[in-house]
Each structure stands twice: as structure tokens, then as C-alpha cells.
Design a protein around this ligand. Sequence first.
Ligand code: FAD
Length: 264
Amino acid sequence: MKIHEYHRPDSLEHAYTLLQQDKHNALIGGGGWLKLSKITMEKAIDLAALDLDYIKEDSNAIRIGSMTTLATMDNHFLFDTFYSGMLKDAIHGVMGVELRNIVTLGGTIMGKYPFSDILTPLITLDCELEFYKEGVLPLTDFLNRKTRVNDILVELRIKKHKGTGYFKKIAKTALDFAILNVAVTYSEGLYKIAVGSRPGRAKLALNAMQSLYESNTPDFKKAATKACEELTFGTTHRSSETYRKDLAMEYISRGLKAVTPYED
Ligand SMILES: Cc1cc2nc3c(=O)[nH]c(=O)nc-3n(C[C@H](O)[C@H](O)[C@H](O)COP(=O)(O)OP(=O)(O)OC[C@H]3O[C@@H](n4cnc5c(N)ncnc54)[C@H](O)[C@@H]3O)c2cc1C
């Protein structure tokens, strides 16, 4: 990473104006991922002075500012029980505390990283993004969008539905990127299943979710098989396609069992 000029604007408007001036100007969140890249920035626009480091809740949603680090989220009581602590489990999969003290939720979302352990659980929740100029966009629409959003992500809003959640990252070592990650949630009669690092980006298994919704006596093995049929898996130096599929089969089934409300 090379930076020609460093800017630390004190208003969103100023940051946005700087961003639009030149396609070689770029925003910095925690800077963790940018530091690993070969990018040359004409103007690096640091968002640190914009008060975007917060976690708040209102009656409908949890609102997380884009400059909030993963460590701040990890330390916040709201995520202890929200969907069985699934987001905390996912955060614990991201390297160590030192890195989680630096990297931000905004950089995590805007990067759309296929290996992300955070996007996988987030897409099973009811999430929307607020951009400075573009306004509000559902997270899944943003992730599916092919064109780049040249705007500042202000905050993520997670609707406060009640539910249970499960997250599993499978990696060769504790500090490695995921071979596969799986998130499963259950809320108000609906199951959601997401698989990331396939090695493609996290996706919902919509057919499997629909089949569970339509069935009176859900068959978890059948649903896991359906999910593995509709999602694509691939081979990389980390793992073969077959192994990824086998892992997905097993951990989707376990996730479905884990989130299902227990009846006496
Ligand atoms: C060594 C290392 C190991 C990692 N391991 C894992 C792992 O195991 N699992 C995992 O899930 N993740 C992992 N990550 C990714 C990490 O969790 C973050 O997702 C990533 O570093 C991006 O966050 P950042 O704050 O560093 O973003 P930055 O590097 O600052 O920015 C990333 C991108 O987002 C843009 N951006 C940042 N903030 C905003 C904003 N508010 N609005 C608009 N655009 C913005 C930047 O311009 C840039 O294009 C790892 C990262 C590193 C550096």
C-alpha cells in the first residue's frame, strides 16, 4: 500500500467530497486489509474522526457504526445472547485479539471477502446498510451488486428479531482463513442456512430453506443435501471441492439441530 496524501476529515460531507475527486482516492477503515494490498492511493481518507465507532439499539434494530472494530462488537453485551451469541462465535474465528482491535465492520462489509467469517452469519439475519449518499440498502442486495458502491458506509442495522443461531468455521489452524464456514438461524418458524468460503462468497441455500419451511416434520439431512446441491463448491490449495461439500453436509445438519427449539 502506498499513500501520497493522508486526510482525516471531520465531516462525512468532506470525506465524501474527497472520495469523489479522483478514482485513486480511497477510504480507510481499520486499514488491516488495505495494508496487505498493492494499492496506491492518491488521497487516503481516514474515517477515524467521524464518530462512526458505536453500537446502539432502538426498539427495532441494533445499529453498528462502520468504524466499530470487531473487538468492540465482541466485548458488547448485546451480542452475548443475540441469536445464541452466533456473531461472537464468528468474530472469535478472525485471527487474534490484536487484529480484531484494528479491523472494522465497515471494511469487512465493503471488502465482500469470500472467506469472511462475518458475512456468513450476517446474511442469515435481517440486515440493512446505510450509505451516506445512496441511503439504505439491504445487505444481500449490496453483496449481489456487480458494480462498485463509491460511497461511505455509515452503519449496519440488524433487525431485532428473536431467534437462535449457530456458526462454525472450519480451518486448518486457528489463525488460518476458513476452508468453509456455515451459519444457521431459526426465527419465527423460518430456518436460514448460509455457507461461505466455498471458496465463493457466503450465499443462502434458498431451496433448502424453502423445503424446511414447507415441511411439517423437517428432515435435516435432506435439507443439508438440498443445500449442497444448490450451492457451488470448488477446489483451492486449502481444500478440495469434495471435502468442502462433505463439511457443508455435516455442519449444516448440526446447525439445524442446534437451532431448533426444543419441545418437551
Ligand atoms: C492478516 C489478516 C487476517 C484476516 N483473517 C480473517 C479471517 O480469518 N476471517 C475473516 O473473516 N476475516 C479476516 N480478515 C479480514 C478482516 O476481518 C477485515 O474484514 C478486513 O481487514 C477489512 O477490515 P479493515 O477495517 O481492515 O478494512 P480496510 O482495510 O480499512 O478497508 C477495506 C476496504 O473497505 C473500504 N472501506 C472501509 N471502510 C469503509 C466505509 N466505512 N465505507 C466505505 N468503504 C469502506 C476501504 O476503502 C477498502 O476498500 C483478516 C484480515 C487480515 C489483515
